[in-house]
Ligand binder design. Sequence first.
Ligand SMILES: Cc1cc2nc3c(=O)[nH]c(=O)nc-3n(C[C@H](O)[C@H](O)[C@H](O)COP(=O)(O)O)c2cc1C
Length: 612
Amino acid sequence: MKDLLRETKEKYFEIVENRKTGGKFRQILVCGGTACLFNDAEDIFQTFKDLCKDMKNVSVLSPGCFGLCEEGPFAIIYPEGTAYGHLTVDKVKRIMKEQIIEGKIPLDICYNVQNGKLVEMKEMPFFKKQRRIVLQNCGLIDPLKIEEYVAKDGYFALEKCLKTLSPQQIIDIVKESGLRGRGGGGFPTGKKWEMTAKSISDEKYVCCNADEGDPGAFMDRSILESDPQSVIEAMIIAGFAIGSHKGYIYVRAEYAHAIEVLKKALVQARKFGVLGENILGSGFNFDIDLSFGAGLFVCGEETALMRSIEGKRGEPRPRPPYPAEKGLFDKPTLLNNVETYSNVPQIILKGSEWFSNIGTETSKGTKVFSLTGKIKNTGLVEVPMGMTIKEMIFDIGGGILDDKKFKAVQMGGPSGGCLPASKQEVKIDYDNLVKNGSMMGSGGMIVMDENACMVDIAKFFMEFMVSESCGKCVPCRIGTKRILETLEKITKGKAEENDLEKLKELCFQVKQNSLCGLGQTAPNPVLSTIENFGEEYVAHIRDKKCPAGVCVDLKTYEIDKEKCVGCGLCAKNCPTQAISGEIKKPFVIDQEKCIKCGLCAKSCHFGAVKKN
Ligand SMILES: Cc1cc2nc3c(=O)[nH]c(=O)nc-3n(C[C@H](O)[C@H](O)[C@H](O)COP(=O)(O)O)c2cc1C
């Protein structure tokens, strides 16, 4: 049999390598991630294409996501290595005229300029401290061309497994690498593979969890959109290692672009001979189907996910038995997250030691995060485990929007915890985050500034949990509702002092008695905000004040007697006639009638209306 992998690599290697430098060709790479597409990246791509159509040696391509969502639509042009953000059709025309035709780089609109000089993208703060393993091909290869994945050593790990390693040797490599599940729990991946391999059954399944239900998280979606073959390759390797011939990728239906890419990637993998029957001539058969989730958070939980694939209502069930013994269709099933799988081909190729040398004692490798919230550089980042929260937020994230003060960061999604600014030196790894009152989760990082009310934040996450609770178990169905009601009482100024103790007790009960991880972790944002921002709860309950001025019912407007000139404009604008007074004398607000709309403060020319 001819050596398809090596021949393909040889043919496409230069094309992909040139993409980083330009080589003989001019490369115009337009980010194709969902965030950029949402901001009309397709128009930008088409404009570049139209304007380049008569030019020789120019390639316009959409190579997945670069990660810098904040700047979208975003493009990089080689060989100069210029990057441009917030692209519009007019900007594209200017870039084409000045950089491409006249050879003069328009530095004033160029992203990677420091002190008036063009710098390499890898030297820009957003990229400098990143280490890309999982995202190595994102923004580089065409996700719709399997040949380009092969040019970056794609499917060589599968070949190594099929031709030179036994299933147990593969499992040992994954175990020794120290890889832990990236879907939230951090369970050792190799151990899970071994448990599933040891289960005896005529049929087993390999599942990929691409449900990604955490608000603000988009790591898995971006990996699937930009490098789908890495996940497919890992699932085939997993199938060979545990003795399975069938895989499912469970992806939420709202990930329309990721689904389109995955469908095409699966067709290509079958045509290329790495998926289906007799893979790479080895005699091993494995195929993958897609299964679409309706977008329920609980369907990311492993037992609920499997029921959903089976076509049943997505509800969790008690464990044991664990999926490794009894999973999909009651058969032993291996379930891993998208990012977990995406690490595997490189671990097989480069060795467990290479991987375990990256990261910390208990958390090996890198972690992909989606940085969102009040941060300058919203985006997708990959860093070695052990990086501090401060480095993530200030060095990579560029600091807080409008240079406000950093107040807190919510890590681990709605099941995680809010860490205060005083914990910004905490190093990111599974155990360290738990020790400090949060968790890694799947990698969502929501940054908050000084204007955030932490009680309101806890209420936001609890609202999410109440609507996402599947209702199967009482502690979660009723308990989360009661927690939310208490938080509403607090933010309305109707709580009493003993409500805080009652709230904590309720949280512990829900944590302890819920059936699945949803209820067991739902109270975390409440408990972590009580722990780290207890004084804000006290201010709401005892003083009936919201220190951040967010909770509408606790806001008060007052007129400063010294500043008020008695013009009466505030009274004229007040929709409830809550303001009264005599012209040229200080006016007063009747707190009973005031509806806290703030029109008085907005209309006053003398800054006399204070918001408390
Ligand atoms: C409520 C809930 C939602 C979850 N959502 C996801 C999810 O969206 N993606 C994911 O990979 N894991 C999710 N998990 C964790 C999975 O149950 C499972 O542990 C994980 O997919 C295993 O893969 P890993 O070992 O590679 O992390 C969720 C767990 C719970 C309790």
